[in-house]
Design a protein around this ligand. Structure first.
Ligand code: FMN
Length: 405
């Protein structure tokens, strides 16, 4: 879904979240887009133009009355493929809704015929104010895409809604919008609202003694991508993370576990109150048979390490009373094992299984890319060619939404 070479106008307004626009710009530029930044006068009190200029490779547009050589006008800025305002203050949202044009960003918006996305950021009480909500409803009615803020700790020290969406999520949505097949209606689609999603991620560790363990190469990236994608689509998301050291999303609840048996206990507890389980974690098939693994094994001749199988967590999972959908992930060695993945659908009572071939070095473990086949009983297999794990997650969620409906 990469749309190289698109022109994006990034508007930055006077919110404490303006620093996040620097990261958003970096992601957009890294994706191959030509980004022009326009700042409101207030936003410059939060972040200066130098970072934006250095990252975008263009001077920052600041003043609509600037007639100097090289200054860019609101008409030129409005000619981009997408206008993104992040963060968007209550003040700017109000002016956009009212059609006020007393700065360069606002004039650009009025002249812009491309899709417009705004990412509000403000204190919870400002966010909840009817004036702000009515202005947002007006903009939504006019086709503006609103990426709602998340809940969490706000810069003002309070907790609640109003925290700007994460730059990585905004970048993914912008990318979708730039792909010709997607309309603003689709991007506004929140098709997992009210769905409780549980994701296991990472690789378990089985202790040999107090300092050593057996593990696998799973980083947790696929599971974290599933979780981030589900959150953006409106789900309430919990991740059971087995030894993952990747960045966490403030909108998601994480439960850290170490071994297969820790993971099993957490899944059994959490599955009772979830609608969809994504069993993305690579769970060890074996553990050391010795009951007590405390202490440290010394080098004393040959050691006949005995391994015994761990429990098959997903097969043993009891129904959760609300018909929870179980989605398995089958990492098999070699394409020939596709049928082995399919047989697990029935053996483990899964509603869906995602197959990937771990014999390939260019996808899967420790990579940001994957190539998958989505299988479900009575449905045609869906092949997703080599792409980002986030895109794989979106395609899996599309299928889950169909199954749930
Ligand atoms: C420290 C500080 C933080 C602020 N953070 C926000 C914010 O997150 N969201 C918001 O809507 N306004 C915030 N404001 C108020 C705006 O900066 C103010 O309404 C300003 O006029 C916005 O102008 P602009 O929309 O043209 O950028 C903040 C003000 C201060 C002093």
């Amino acid at each position: 879904m990469k749309n190289t070479g698109k022109r994006i106008t990034l508007g930055v307004t006077g919110s404490i979240a303006a620093y996040k626009a620097v990261e958003l710009l970096r992601l957009l530029v890294r994706a191959g887009h030509d980004v022009r930044v326009v700042q409101t006068p207030s936003s410059r009190r939060f972040v200066g133009e130098m970072s934006f200029q250095a990252l975008s490779g263009h001077p920052v547009a600041l003043d609509q009355f600037d007639a100097s050589a090289g200054a860019i006008s609101h008409i030129e800025l409005a000619g981009s493929d997408l206008m993104l305002i992040a963060p968007a203050t209550a003040d700017t949202i109000g002016k956009l809704a009212a059609g006020i044009a007393d700065n360069l960003l606002l004039s650009t918006y009025l002249a812009c015929e491309a899709p417009v996305v705004i990412c509000p950021a403000m204190n919870t009480r400002m966010w909840n104010h009817p004036a702000v909500q009515e202005n947002l409803a007006t903009l939504r009615r006019r086709g503006v895409v609103i990426i709602d803020p998340g809940a969490g700790e706000l810069a003002c020290g309070e907790e609640g809604a109003g925290r700007m969406a994460e730059p990585s999520d905004i970048a993914v949505r912008a990318e979708k919008l730039l792909s010709s097949a997607m309309s603003t209606d689709v991007i506004n689609k929140v098709d997992l609202e009210g769905v409780r999603v549980l994701v296991t991620a990472g690789g378990t560790r089985e202790p040999l003694d107090s300092v050593r363990y057996i593990t696998n190469r799973s980083s947790g990236r696929m599971g974290f991508a599933m979780a981030d994608a589900a959150l953006v689509r409106g789900a309430e998301v919990t991740v059971i993370a087995a030894n993952c050291s990747i960045a966490r999303n403030p909108g998601i609840k994480y439960i850290d576990v170490t071994s297969a048996s820790d993971l099993q206990k957490a899944v059994e507890r959490e599955f009772k109150r979830c609608d969809v389980l994504f069993m993305t974690a690579a769970v060890s098939d074996y553990k050391v048979s010795a009951g007590d693994t405390t202490g440290k094994l010394e080098r004393e001749g040959k050691n006949d390490l005995q391994l015994v199988p761990t429990s098959d967590i997903v097969s043993q999972l009891q129904g959760n009373g609300n018909g929870g959908l179980k989605v398995g992930f089958s990492a098999e060695y070699g394409e020939d094992n596709r049928e082995r993945a399919r047989s697990k659908l029935h053996e483990k009572g899964l509603g869906m299984i995602v197959f990937n071939d771990i014999s390939r070095a260019d996808i899967g473990f420790e990579s940001n890319l994957n190539e998958i086949t989505i299988m479900a009983p009575g449905r045609d297999d869906i092949f997703v060619g080599k792409t980002t794990k986030r895109e794989c997650a979106e395609r899996i969620l599309d299928q889950v939404v169909e199954l749930l409906s």
